[in-house]
Design a protein around this ligand. Sequence first.
Ligand code: ADP
Ligand code: MG
Length: 353
Amino acid sequence: MLEEKSPQLTPISAYGEFGLIKHLTENFSFENPSTEISIGDDAAVINPENRKVVVTTDILAEGVHFNLGYVPLKHLGYKAVVVNLSDIAAMNAVPTQILVSLAVSNRFPVEALEEIYAGISLACKHYKVDLVGGDTTSSNSGLVMSITAIGLEDSQNLVGRNGAKPNDLLVVTGDLGGAYLGLQILEREHAVFLANPDMQPEMEGYDYILEKQLKPEARTDIKNILKELHIKPTSMIDVSDGLSSETLHLSDQSKVGFRIYEEKIPLDSLTIATAEELNLNPVMCALNGGEDYELLFTISPNDFEKIKNHPDFTVIGHAVEMEQGNFLVARGSNELIALNAQGWDAFLRSKKS
Ligand code: ADP
Ligand code: MG
């Protein structure tokens, strides 16, 4: 890791608190006219210009949300931004600013923070968001990072979780389950490394799913694609905890039930192959794996023609009356299996055997 590469490490104490913040943030530039005052004052000032302000925050704790044994710090910084921008995208808003708060133990040298900020900077440039503030403090145990993201949007464009109606179509972007399988590969190779540090990790051929896990992207592109297709989703959520749990959230907030067709769930060929290698059911990985950061939304059935052949979207099911509940329609048998975050694991494993 970092310690091996660079013997000349700088303790955080070598910089004063202000010096450290300045050092870490001096190369950030500003893209958004809505950013009026940013780092260096007591608070940032944002000018929403008659748009609604959309705000979200996420906390990442070492040992709970990430393991620095196999997550590079630069990727961690990038992903910490992405998971917040994904929430802004799920409201159909445009992300514009972020704030970054860090609690770090003195086991981290300045060079480690530079890596995190390199990842944050990359994400800011890629998504055209401005870093406008944060907070920095010490921690007695490891690294905790909290990012707040701000987005702006005209109020008529915002999409909540609560607008789905019976017969609406359930649509997902991209493919699912990859991030979970990427994590399984990282954990497998990390365990091998811990048992025998001379062993080379076998990561070759897993690029797509490793990238889905380590360097996910927020689907901020979907807003414009939907706009061009003249579609406004009736409800929307991002897939951070798995398709099953996100569908239940839409159900709960919209007061509808859902049918998801197992055969329609989009899976990448590497996701399927890796699941088979690890003796997992790839559908289970999509339903319960999480961290895919795709968008899950409902549209009016009248919009089906506009979306049906689009490469970014898959129609995976539809909404029904709330009393009809939430079920997966099994491939082949058409058996209805309750979409229940708890019951899945057992069912899908027993189905495989
Ligand atoms: P205060 O004492 O008023 O909280 P700070 O010294 O914490 O001020 O912060 C000074 C400035 O630096 C503020 O604009 C703050 O938002 C920003 N800042 C502090 N920590 C970070 C950080 N980790 N990343 C980005 N900006 C930060
Ligand atoms: Mg402060």
